[in-house]
Write a protein that binds this ligand. Structure first.
Ligand SMILES: [Zn+2]
Length: 171
């Protein structure tokens, strides 16, 4: 099994967002960059997080062609792939529908830097990207535009939150 370490980190993060109620059902998605390659390891589409195993994750290239895996990659794969393409320092991406973040996303209000964690971990106000339908290239492009070259988190209007990191570790 290629990318075993990354697979385990993606799996652990996927289980964590589910058990922390940052997503419900099979929503949300998690990925990591395959080290040194134009590929990513991403959660499959529509699979229950509690039942997910490392081998269920999908490896896709930067054209979203499936390299390894028997399931369909997350519907938000274009979003993840385009971020890795544009931001070489990013190695991990988590997308959640966290209730409070989603409330800001619905209100289309930036999350201000008010609490210590935001200041230390994110370091900037979390802006809202223009609305686009789930799973579309337009959604990915809108998010990328708002993320620019240095932002670590973005809200997707009427949808949820995307966070980027150079690794998957919890700060
Ligand atoms: Zn979503």
């Amino acid at each position: 099994m290629a990318y075993e370490e990354q697979r385990l980190q993606v799996l652990n993060a996927a289980r964590e967002i589910f058990s922390s109620n940052l997503v419900t059902g099979t929503w949300g998605n998690v990925s990591m960059r395959a080290p040194g390659e134009q590929r990513l390891i991403i959660t499959p589409s529509g699979m229950n997080y509690a039942a997910m195993e490392a081998l269920d994750l999908v490896v896709v290239d930067f054209n979203l062609k499936v390299i390894e895996g028997q399931y369909k990659p997350s519907v938000e794969s274009p979003l993840h792939m385009k971020i890795y393409r544009k931001r070489p320092e990013v190695n991990a991406i988590v997308h959640v529908h966290a209730p409070f973040a989603s409330a800001f996303a619905v209100a289309r209000k930036n999350i201000p830097v008010l609490i210590e964690e935001t200041a230390q971990v994110v370091g900037h106000e979390v802006p809202v990207a223009a609305y686009a339908h789930c799973g579309t290239d337009q959604l990915a492009d809108n998010a990328l535009k708002t993320l620019g070259n240095d932002k670590k988190a973005v809200l997707l209007a009427n949808h949820g939150l995307v966070a980027l990191g150079d690794n998957m570790m919890m700060p």
